[in-house]
Design a protein around this ligand. Structure first.
Ligand code: KG4
Ligand code: ZN
Length: 332
């Protein structure tokens, strides 16, 4: 079985080839144009996908040394994501499947982030819990099988990736600020400043309050010292990161306690955060969890995870009709 997968839900155009269980290529073109606007501009994202998609797909096939004629199916991200961006990947996948007369497989982007754990060993054992943290989502998912997932907790407002990016913006850092906060935090004291963690019921999250708290904190301090941010950037970043990571881990601990599940995975763009990676590893040692952390390449958006999810669907015979259209708010 040889699958070509396409990912175009946000600001990464990616294509990957999975052949007989081996990820043979994973090409990712990141759109840099959004940096100057401080966030993803949907219209520009779709235009950039249009420009990148053909060269990215061709590169994925040539890196994999697989001819188009050897493909068994074309997979694509149907949602969730930006409508214009999803349309580019969906239309391209449909046309290619039609031209090659092979099946089409739609994939849910959030499910794919979780299934990225099955690309290579060590693979989680079912049932496991996955903390899925990205620019658009923050979820705790109970995973009973490759295609059997239940959201048991999620954010009621902003995603944690958004909290990272918006905090970075307040600090005057360019978009996407999450990785930069991570970088500055390496040299800072995580306990230098205290921010409120809020108190959401059950396994749910809220990240809108902390954003406002950071805004007031910065306003107050820069009023008395206009150079406050420049002078204390590592400590500010380390404290913001520490607070966000603790908010995530408090609920993850509760989920593990309530479900009795000790197989724990993290996924999505924010799972690239070094503070989260080390804190969850540490917690695993303390609480006897087996912890699964994806390779960096498979944390942020990529088509390899789409190919992996599609392989499970192919095995179940779950194909998609040509009449399919994107679902920007797709859930599972
Ligand atoms: O999964 P992803 O690539 O795209 C979405 O599906 O949203 O996640 C992107 C998010 C952005 O908010 C970005 O700032 C965040 O992941 N991110 C990080 C790090 N690397 C990416 N946040 C904190 N620390 C990082 N190292
Ligand atoms: Zn994503």
């Amino acid at each position: 079985m040889t699958i070509l997968a396409i990912e175009s839900s946000c600001d990464e155009t990616s294509a990957a080839v999975l052949a007989d269980g081996q990820m043979r290529s994973n090409v990712i073109a990141t759109q840099l144009i959004h940096e100057q606007y401080g966030g993803v501009v949907p219209e520009l994202a779709s235009r950039a996908h249009q420009q990148h998609i053909l060269p990215v797909v061709e590169r994925a096939l040539s890196n994999a040394t697989i001819p188009k004629s050897a493909l068994s199916a074309i997979a694509f991200t149907r949602g969730p994501g930006l409508l214009g961006s999803l349309l580019v990947g969906t239309s391209f996948a449909k046309a290619m499947a039609l031209g090659l007369n092979i099946p089409l497989i739609e994939v849910n982007h959030m499910q794919a982030h979780i299934l990225a754990h099955f690309i290579e060993a060590p693979r989680p054992v079912f049932p496991f819990l996955c903390l899925t943290v990205s620019g658009g989502h923050t979820q705790i998912v109970r995973v009973d099988g490759p295609l059997d997932m239940t959201i048991i907790g999620q954010t009621q407002d902003d995603a944690v990736g958004e909290a990272f990016d918006k905090s970075a913006k307040l600090l005057g850092l360019p978009y996407p600020g999450g990785p930069l906060i991570d970088q500055y935090a390496q040299n800072g004291d995580p306990l230098a400043y205290k921010f409120p963690m809020g108190d959401m019921p059950e396994l749910n999250f809220s990240f809108s309050g902390i954003k406002t708290a950071i805004l007031y904190f910065l306003r107050h301090n820069t009023n008395t010292n206009p150079n406050f941010i420049q002078q204390h950037l590592p400590n500010i970043c380390a404290s913001i990161q520490h607070t966000l990571v603790q908010m995530l881990l408090t609920k993850l601990k509760r989920a593990a306690r309530e479900t009795g599940i000790h197989e724990i995975a993290i996924a999505g763009g924010v799972s690239a955060n070094s503070g989260l990676r080390s804190a969850v590893t540490q917690l695993g040692h303390e609480l006897g969890w087996t912890v699964y952390i994806p390779r960096f390449e498979y944390c942020t958006d990529n088509a390899a995870m789409i190919a992996m999810a599609a392989q499970f669907k192919y095995e179940q015979g779950e194909f998609t009709p040509q009449s399919v259209s994107p679902m920007p708010r797709m859930s599972f």
